[in-house]
Structure formats: C-alpha cells, structure tokens
Design a protein around this ligand. Structure first.
Ligand code: NAD
Length: 497
C-alpha cells in the first residue's frame, strides 16, 4: 500500500489489514469459501488493493442462516431477560465507541469516506444501538385487551433470524440502523455487506464475539450480490428481510421474499428536491446545499439533487454555489485537508460521467462542468462537482446519479415549486428553505416523500421515522419505535369467559 497512506493508519488498523484474506463470520467462526474464491477490495482513493474478501456461495449462506437459527433458540440468547440482553448489547456499543477511530479508518479506507465523516458514522452506530436498547426496555410487549366476554391479550416476541443486505455508501452506519432494533428485540441476524465495503462488518462480528455476544447471534456473509445476496434473499429459513440499495435490486429481493412470504423492508434510492425561496440568506443556504451535495461525494440516497430556486434568488444562488463548489478541496479520504474524497469505484465514476454526458445531450445547460480530476500521487476514482440546469424532464433531473451533481430549475410560485418537487417517481427526502414558517409547513406537508426537512437537508434524529415511499422504498423505514415493533411479531391470546 502507498506509504503516505500507511503512515496515517493506526497500528490496530495495520494489524487488522495484515490478515490480507478475510472470511465472513458465522456461528462465532470465520467462514471461507469452499472453492477458495475471493473478491479484491480496493482503496477508492489510491486504487490500491487492501484486502481479499471471501466470495461465499449458497451453501455457505445456508451455513450462516443455520447458525443464526440455532443461536436464536439457544438459551444463552433466547432466555435472556430484556435487561440482560440490553446489558450485552451495551457492551458491544461501548466497545465500538472505544475502537471508534480504528473502525473509522477501516471504513474510510474501504469506502473512500473522508475520515472525519467516518468517525461520525461509527458514533452514529453507537447512538443507534443505545437508542434501541433503551426503547426495548420500555415498550410494552404484553398488552391486556378490554374485550367483553373474553380474557384476551397480545404478546410480542422476536421473529427469529433476520437477514440484512446493505449498500456500500454508509456500510457501518446502516448496519447499526438495521440490526440494532432487530437485536434489541431478541432476534439473530445475518448481514450481507456490499462486496466493495465488507471490512467493517467483519470487524464488528469479531468484536461482538469478544464482548460475549453468543456465537451465531451476529453473522456476516460476504460476496457478490448476484450470488451471496441472492442466496440470502431467497433463503426459506429467514423470518424477515431488510434490503438497502437500488430500486432495481430491491425489486429482485422483494420478488424472492414475496415468493417465500417473508416480510421485507426496502430502503431504496432517491432524487430529492430542495425548494429555496428568496427570503433567507442565499449565501448561507447555498453553502448548506453545497455541503450536502459534496458530503460523501454525493453518494447519499436522501441528498437534494434537484435544486428548485425562486426566480428572484436564482442568479445570486447560482453564482454563490459555483464559487463554493469550485473551492471544495478534493483529495484522498485520509488527508486532513480533504473535504471531498473519491467515489467508491471506477464503475461509479463512469456512471456519473455518463449521466453528465446524457444530461447535456438531452439539452441540459452546464453551469459547472464537473468531470474527472486527478489527485497528486493517488490513482483513485475522483470527480469534480457539477451543476446542470434546464427542464426537469431531462434524464439528469429524473434519475439517481449518486455523485456530486445537482440539477437546478427556477420557479415563480409556491404551487409551481410543489408540483416540480413532486415530479419524480422517487419519494425519499425533500427540503424547503424559507423564513416563513407557515409556508414551510404547508410545503413540507405537500411534498410527496417519506421525509420533509425545513431549512436543513440530511437530518437524522433517533426517534424520527426515516423511510421512503414509491420507488424509494416500503416496509416501515428505520430509526423509530415503529422499527423496533417491526422486529417483534404479535400473537393474540383469547379465552372465552
Ligand atoms: P445495489 O442495489 O447495487 O446493491 C446493494 C446490495 O445488494 C449490495 O450488498 C449488493 O451486493 C446486493 N445485491 C446486488 N444484487 C443482488 C441480488 N440480485 N440479490 C440480492 N442482493 C443483491 O446498491 P448500491 O449500488 O450498493 O447502493 C446504492 C443504492 O443504495 C442507491 O440507489 C442508494 O440510493 C441506495 N441507498 C438507499 C438508502 C436508504 O436508506 N433509502 C441508504 C443508502 C443507499
């Protein structure tokens, strides 16, 4: 590995990476492929190989699901009181917090995430665990029903093995959002991380064993989507499935779950809008939206990628954005000065470039060119931020690009702005920016999506449900009390009197 990069890595990270070949983890043991197949994982910032990850097949996925099913019934997990289970999960969260900087470097190197942002992701995982552990101690799992002529009650119990398939953009944070409620409710889990970013999931599974979580409660199956992911989503012995990723793959996962009648939660892509009025500080709003579109190089599902600007503010807003985007410091994700790192791989870079080409060929105006950029001494996958404008029928305004590309359009009335925001098949997250609280509330409630934010974008507070509708997802979302209840099945018990 590049010496400049290795010199920045903590000894614990170098020690972890010295293993070179990594298996999945099932039943408390490493899980390697019987065929000895591996996928190479690269540092997106330097393009260099950092690890080989086991490519597991259906038989190995089956082994992991069996391990999770056995662990679910084992008294060492199944018979724990809610308090005992919570205490054990707190140990895991505490250990992750202690090793926050180690995990953040692993995540940063593997996913191309700016190191300070990776630290935030790891802390978010810890906070998510603490939130759901706390909730699990307080939600009633037994409710007496007042029904004439009957003694009746409902009881909520964990389902069993819950499967999770995750994307590469927030590998560790999303694992927290997914598995924390499932584990706090008493289920066991099988995690399939994305093939490009499996290292933090593997590290977590080993930490879980170290802190005393019983073997088989947290399992990881590594490998490609078409093989490992597909085998997991088709497995008949999982009790629930949660998928986070693209709508195209979400549809396949939902088909498998539909066939097996397994409940499924889908958290999919987005094409969010930001509606900006002319009554607030335009420089400040431009800075916040520039921060949002460059955060993790625009590889954020809930980003505002369609910027709808009031005609009176449009020219000032565009000038401010261009100036701010041009000054964003692009570099390797482990360099302290870097504000925007690489995209995850060459395929993703080519996807962004091809959307810029297609957008322009369909008539979009190019306000800021974008395109590739090289970073001294690093052969990674870098792109510059880009700004397009024009008709919202343009492909670059309709489809998810997943890069630092915003599409601008102007509006003249509130009604027009709402119609423009709702001109999409997606429904994940939008924002409205205005000093007028009544107008903000009206618009926030009329934009059709799972989430509406006011004078901010990308806001996540534990306790506020987050999820998509339409092409952005289904199945209840994450981060709230409803999510915990999703992982507790209900039985009604009735005795006629
Ligand atoms: P992807 O759909 O290509 O892959 C996601 C996961 O699915 C990976 O682990 C992959 O290996 C697996 N997979 C691929 N093919 C599969 C198959 N046939 N069967 C089962 N599993 C399969 O998505 P990606 O490129 O990794 O991530 C980007 C997408 O994720 C974007 O659309 C983004 O908006 C979305 N996303 C959504 C949220 C949310 O909370 N709504 C969060 C993060 C990312």
């Amino acid at each position: 590995m590049n010496e400049i990069i290795t010199s920045k890595l903590l000894p614990e990270v170098l020690d972890f990476l010295s293993q070179k070949q990594f298996g999945g983890f099932a039943g408390g043991k490493d899980l390697f492929s019987a065929q000895d197949c591996f996928i190479v994982s690269h540092d997106p910032g330097s393009g260099e190989k950092i690890a080989e990850i086991a490519e597991l097949d259906a038989a190995e996925v089956n082994h992991a699901v069996d391990a999770a099913n056995r662990a679910f019934l084992d008294p060492s997990w199944h018979d724990l009181s809610i308090g005992e289970r919570g205490a054990l999960l707190h140990r895991l969260a505490d250990e992750v917090e202690k090793q926050k900087h180690v995990l953040a470097q692993i995540e940063s190197l593997d996913a191309g995430k700016v190191e300070a942002q990776a630290v935030g992701d790891i802390q978010n995982f810890v906070d998510t665990f603490r939130y759901f552990i706390g909730l699990s101690q307080t939600v009633p799992t037994r409710t007496t029903l007042a029904v004439s002529g009957h003694e009746a009650w409902t009881v909520r119990q964990p389902w069993g093995t819950c499967a999770f398939i995750f994307p590469w953009n927030f590998p560790f944070l999303l694992i927290g959002w997914g598995i924390a409620p499932a584990l706090a409710a008493g289920n066991t889990v099988v995690i399939k991380p994305a093939e490009d970013t499996s290292l933090s999931a593997i590290y977590l599974a080993k930490l879980a064993k170290q802190v005393g979580i019983p073997d088989g409660v947290i399992n990881v199956v590594t490998g490609r989507g078409e093989t490992t992911g597909s085998a997991l989503s088709q497995h008949q012995k999982i009790k629930r499935m949660s998928f986070t990723g693209s709508p195209e793959v979400g549809r396949l996962v939902a088909q498998s779950c539909g066939h097996n009648l397994v409940p499924v939660k889908l958290e999919l892509g987005g094409k969010g809008a930001a509606i900006v009025f002319d009554d607030l500080d335009i420089e400040d709003t431009a800075q916040k939206l520039v921060n949002a579109i460059t955060f993790h190089t625009g590889q954020v599902c809930c980003d505002a990628t369609r910027w709808l600007i009031h005609e009176k503010a449009y020219d000032d807003f565009v000038s401010a954005c261009i100036e701010k985007l041009q000054s964003v410091k692009i570099g390797h994700q482990l360099q302290e000065t870097t504000q925007m790192g690489p995209v995850v791989n060459e395929k993703q870079r080519q996807r962004i470039l091809s959307y810029l080409d297609k957008g322009k060929s369909e008539g979009a105006n190019c306000l800021l060119e974008g395109g590739t950029i090289s970073v001294n001494g690093c052969e990674g996958h870098y792109v510059k931020p880009a700004l397009l404008s024009g008709s919202l029928d343009n492909i670059a305004a309709r489809e998810e690009i997943f890069g630092p590309v915003a599409y601008l359009a102007r509006f003249s009335s509130e009604q027009e702005a709402i119609e423009m925001a709702n001109q999409t098949d997606y429904g994940l997250a939008n924002s409205v920016w205005t000093e007028d609280r009544n107008r903000a509330t009206r618009i926030a409630e009329k934009m059709i999506a799972g989430n509406s934010w006011i004078n901010a974008h990308n806001v996540f507070a534990h306790g506020v449900p987050y999820g998509g509708i339409n092409k952005s997802g289904m199945g209840g979302g994450v981060l709230s009390i409803e999510t915990l209840m999703d992982y507790l099945r209900s039985t009604s018990v009735v005795r006629p009197l």
